[in-house]
Design a protein around this ligand. Structure first.
Ligand SMILES: Cc1ncc(COP(=O)(O)O)c(C=O)c1O
Length: 302
């Protein structure tokens, strides 16, 4: 067996299941699960008709890069949402089967397995980041999201020895679990650090559409890069999902976007990794990224 498997922690939901095993919940009420963060709002109305109309798609193998129409829809969404002049649907976007697998896969694709390799991630963190680092042959290193910093990262607290060997930095914005949002300026500082220390930033933005309806939408890494002149998104890759935005966690649909060279290598990795989106999933995804009404409704409910 791969000895790196021994370093993986049990997944938290497995651990919880074991802790809950002997508990008998009262039978006179509907349980409210506060453990797994599963959206509970209704499916958007368009899902069923779009799915019915696209069922024949199950007759075909999907491609790793997905259909151009889906990538174009996603590029247009990114441009609208993050005020970007140009996103290249051909070279800067890849559909993924939910962001979880992609957040894991990116470390396997980008980390050079050599002594001192490090992957930096928040603490507390989405557990995939740690497992991804370990299986890629890197040591996980952590930056604290502390209450005294408003649960935001303070990258200036990281010493030179820790930066040494860092190849990949995960950020989660808005953060899970505290929901704190990094400013665009803070992201630009991180991009400058990436240039100085030669690492890639993987921005998990799967909660970017869940914000107070009266608040400004959270900033994103690609917008931050473009507005500091990094219009090719050098060292940047973002992860977006329909799970929370559109209440479709079972669809398993998201995308990654960012630097074309980085995505080119990731696409090569993914042809072997084998994760693709079935054509009907792509059809529903296109409908979801094209519509903001259901997202606004979802935000209002939250
Ligand atoms: C911080 C964070 N990132 C990524 C994900 C993965 O979401 P999905 O794979 O459904 O896109 C989750 C899911 O709960 C999450 O909490």
């Amino acid at each position: 067996m791969n000895p790196r498997l021994d370093r993986l922690q049990p997944y938290p939901f497995e651990r919880l299941r074991r802790l809950f095993a002997d508990l008998q919940p009262p039978t006179d009420g509907e349980p409210i699960a506060l453990s797994i963060g599963e959206p509970r709002h209704a499916l958007p109305d368009f899902v069923e008709p779009v799915l019915r109309a696209s069922l024949q798609g199950f007759n075909h193998y999907p491609t790793t890069r997905g259909e151009p129409a889906l990538r174009e829809t996603i590029a247009a969404w990114l441009q609208r949402r993050f005020d970007l002049a140009n996103v290249d649907a051909e070279r800067q976007i890849l559909p993924v089967s939910g962001t979880r697998e992609a957040l894991f896969a990116i470390a396997q694709a980008v980390v050079a397995d050599k002594p001192g390799a490090r992957v930096l991630m928040p603490n507390p963190f989405y557990q995939i980041y740690e497992g991804a680092a370990l299986l890629a042959g890197a040591e996980p290193a952590f930056y604290d999201l502390a209450p005294e910093n408003g649960y935001l990262p303070d990258f200036s607290a990281i010493d030179a020895a820790t930066w040494e060997g860092v190849q990949l930095v995960y950020i989660c914005n808005p953060g899970n679990p505290a929901g704190a949002c990094m400013s665009e300026a803070a992201m630009q500082d991180l991009i400058r650090l990436a240039e100085r220390h030669d690492f890639i930033i993987a921005a998990d933005e799967c909660y970017s559409e869940i914000y107070h309806p009266d608040a400004e939408p959270p900033a994103g890494l690609l917008g931050a890069a473009a507005r500091m002149g990094n219009t090719t998104f050098e060292r940047c890759i973002v992860f977006h999902s329909l799970s929370k935005r559109s209440n479709l966690p079972g669809l398993r649909s998201g995308f990654v976007a960012g630097n074309a060279e980085l995505l080119g290598s990731f696409a090569l990795y993914r042809t072997y990794h084998g994760c693709t989106l079935p054509p009907p999933t792509q059809a529903v995804s296109r409908a979801a990224w094209s519509d903001e009404a259901h997202v606004a409704e979802n935000r209002a409910l939250y």
